[in-house]
Ligand binder design. Structure first.
Ligand SMILES: [Ca+2]
Ligand SMILES: [Ca+2]
Length: 119
């Protein structure tokens, strides 16, 4: 089965692919349409994980860079993004160097859960 994914609300779709549906992540609306037969659009919702600041489903260097910007006081981020940037503490929601370090550790392969993800 082939399908295409849109992450801009259905305005544009990626190429039809037949791979397993990827881990999209993200607190956003994702529309999926199947090629054969061409279906109505199926709307899926994803909730981004803590640390996934740009909500693309993975935690990588881009999230680290965003975390640095947020920690430095860049105001171009949404409240949700700032909330996801804080991974160090459940009570103190400040985004600072400790969050940046935790994200870097995750990017280089440390699989320990973030303090915010602990029960
Ligand atoms: Ca990300
Ligand atoms: Ca923090």
């Amino acid at each position: 089965m082939e399908y295409a994914i849109s992450t801009d609300g259905g305005a544009t779709y990626g190429q039809y692919i037949s791979l397993e549906i990827p881990n999209l992540g993200g607190n956003k609306v994702v529309k999926v349409r199947y090629k054969n037969p061409l279906s109505a659009e199926i709307i899926l919702y994803f909730t981004a994980n803590f640390g996934d600041i740009n909500a693309d489903g993975i935690i990588d260097i881009y999230d680290v860079l965003m975390c640095v910007e947020i920690a430095a006081g860049n105001t171009g981020y949404s409240n949700e993004q700032i909330l996801r940037a804080n991974v160090s503490d459940k009570l103190n929601l400040t985004v600072d160097i400790s969050d940046v370090i935790l994200l870097i550790q995750r990017v280089v392969g440390n699989t320990a859960p973030f303090p915010i993800d602990l029960p």
